[in-house]
Ligand binder design. Structure first.
Ligand code: FAD
Length: 400
C-alpha cells in the first residue's frame, strides 16, 4: 500500500533525471529522442532499450509520465486519473501479455448509467433501459427487438451521425440519449458529424449492461503510473519531465526522433491547425464513502454543462472512507484530446502525413502523432508494430 503522501512526487520515474541537465545533456549521445511519455513513447522506449539495447531520452512537457493515462493519489488519498477515467479493455492477448510484464491486474467490467428523465438508466441502451424508461415489462429479446424496430425511422440515404441513430432507434431515443451528449461533446450537432462517428449504435435486446464487449477488461492493480514507472525503469532510458521538445532539441545529441505529440505542432502548423476537442476536468473529494452506483454516469441533457461524472473507487477497488469524483466539461480550448472526425480534417492530416513521410529522421506515433482516436491498447499495438519495423530494418541492414 502507498503512503497517502506519495502524490507529492507523482510519476517521477525513478531514473536518474537530475544527473542529466545542462552540460551533461549536451555531452551525452542518445540513439533515440522520444517526445512524449504516454503509452506510445513509453512502450517504444521500453522495447528499444530492453529489446535492442538502444539508449533513449524520453521527454514530456507535463510534470509526470503516463500521458493521459496518468493516475495519482489526490489530497484525500484516493487514486484518481488526472485526465478522466481510463478503462483498459482489449481483445488482444499479445497486448495483455506485454503489459503484464509491468503490472498485475484487477478484473473490472465497466458499467455506465445515463441520467435521463430523472432516472439512471443503463447505456448502451438495453432491455432494462427500455423497460424502465417506458414502464414496460418486456421479458424476451424478441419483444425488445420488435419495440426498437417499431421506434426506428428508416433513413434512405444515411450521411450523418444523426441519420445513423434515427435509422436505428428513432428520434425520441436519439434525443434523450444522443443528441445533447454529442452536441456537448463535439460542439457540433450530430447532423454535422460524419456517419463514421456513430457507425453503429450499440443497442442490446438482452440485459447485458457492460459497456465494453472485449475479452479482456481489467485495470492495472496498482494504477497506470506504477506500470509506466516499471516500463521506463531501465538503465538505457533517461526521462525528463517538465521538458518541451522545443527547449532541448538543439541541446541533445541523438540519432532518431520519435514524436508522439501533435503532428501539426511539430511542423509549426504549416498547413493550419488540426482541430481537436478538449475537456476541462473538475476534480472533487467528498466526505462520503460513495457518490454514485457505477464508475461513470452520463448526463446527456443539454442544460447540464458537463457530460459525465466519474467516481474512481469503482475502477480501482480502493477502500477508503472518502471518495473522489471528476466532472468533464467539453471545450474548444485546452489540451488536444479528441481529433474532430470531419472529412476536411482527415484531408488536412493527410497533408501533414505526406510531409512527415518526406521528412527523414523522424517518426510520428500515438494519438496526437497520427491524429487518430485510439484507445490505449491500440496505441500499445501501434508502438509494438513500429518497434518490429525498426528491428526488422536493423536486421536487414545487418545482413547486408
Ligand atoms: P498521450 O497519452 O497524449 O501522450 C502524449 C504525451 O506527449 C503527452 O504526455 C504530452 O504531454 C507529450 N507531448 C506532446 N507534445 C510534446 C512536446 N512538444 N514536448 C514534450 N512532450 C510533449 N483509452 C482507453 O483505452 N480506455 C479509456 O477508457 C480511455 N479513456 C479516455 C478518456 C479521455 C478523457 C481521453 C482524453 C482519452 C481516453 N483514452 C482511453 C485514450 C487514451 O488516453 C489514449 O489512447 C492514450 O493516452 C494515447 O497515448 P499516447 O502516448 O498516444 O498519447
Amino acid at each position: 500500500t502507498r503512503s497517502p503522501n506519495s502524490h507529492r512526487t507523482p510519476g517521477s520515474s525513478g531514473t536518474s533525471v537530475s544527473a542529466l541537465q545542462g552540460e551533461d545533456l549536451r555531452n551525452h549521445r542518445f540513439d533515440y529522442l522520444i517526445v512524449g511519455a504516454g503509452f506510445a513513447g513509453s512502450v517504444l522506449a521500453e522495447r528499444l532499450a530492453a529489446g535492442s539495447n538502444k539508449t533513449i531520452l524520453v521527454v514530456d512537457r507535463r510534470p509526470h509520465i503516463g500521458g493521459n493515462a496518468f493516475d495519482y493519489y489526490d489530497d484525500a488519498g484516493v487514486l484518481i486519473h488526472r485526465y478522466g477515467p481510463h478503462i483498459f479493455h482489449t481483445n488482444s492477448q499479445r497486448i495483455v501479455d506485454y503489459l503484464s510484464r509491468f503490472t498485475d491486474w484487477r478484473p473490472y467490467e465497466h458499467r455506465v448509467l445515463a441520467q435521463v428523465d430523472g432516472q439512471l438508466l443503463p447505456i448502451p441502451i438495453n432491455r432494462d433501459t427500455l423497460n424502465n424508461l417506458y414502464g414496460l415489462n418486456m421479458a424476451t429479446e424478441q419483444e425488445a427487438a420488435d419495440f426498437l424496430a417499431s421506434r426506428a425511422e428508416p433513413v434512405d440515404d444515411i450521411q450523418t451521425s444523426e441519420d445513423v441513430v434515427i435509422n436505428q432507434i428513432g428520434r425520441e431515443l436519439y434525443e434523450k440519449f444522443f443528441r445533447g451528449y454529442t452536441r456537448k461533446q463535439w460542439g457540433l450537432d450530430p447532423s454535422q458529424l460524419d456517419k463514421m462517428v456513430t457507425a453503429r449504435v450499440p443497442t442490446r435486446t438482452n440485459t447485458d449492461d457492460r459497456y465494453f464487449g472485449d475479452t479482456f477488461q481489467q485495470m492495472p492493480r496498482e494504477g497506470y503510473t506504477k506500470m509506466f514507472e516499471r516500463m521506463l525503469d531501465h538503465p538505457n532510458i533517461k526521462v525528463l519531465t517538465d521538458t518541451d521538445y522545443r527547449e532541448i532539441r538543439n541541446e541533445v545529441n541523438f540519432g532518431e526522433l520519435v514524436f508522439t505529440g501533435p503532428i501539426d505542432e511539430y511542423f509549426d502548423y504549416r498547413f493550419g491547425k488540426l482541430p481537436y476537442r478538449s475537456l476541462q476536468f473538475k476534480h472533487e473529494s467528498l466526505e462520503q464513502e460513495h457518490f454514485q452506483p457505477v464508475a461513470v454516469v452520463n448526463y446527456p441533457a443539454e442544460d447540464v454543462p458537463y457530460t459525465r461524472i466519474s467516481e474512481y473507487k469503482h475502477l480501482t477497488g480502493q477502500v477508503h472512507s472518502r471518495t473522489s469524483i471528476t466532472y468533464e466539461y467539453p471545450s474548444a480550448e485546452g489540451d488536444p484530446y479528441y481529433p474532430i472526425p470531419r472529412p476536411e480534417n482527415a484531408e488536412l492530416y493527410k497533408r501533414y502525413q505526406k510531409l512527415a513521410d518526406e521528412t527523414p529522421g523522424v517518426t510520428f506515433l500515438g494519438r496526437l502523432g497520427t491524429y487518430k482516436y485510439y484507445n490505449m491498447d491500440q496505441v500499445v499495438g501501434q508502438a509494438l508494430a513500429l518497434y518490429k519495423r525498426i528491428e526488422g530494418a536493423a536486421h536487414t541492414q545487418g545482413e547486408r
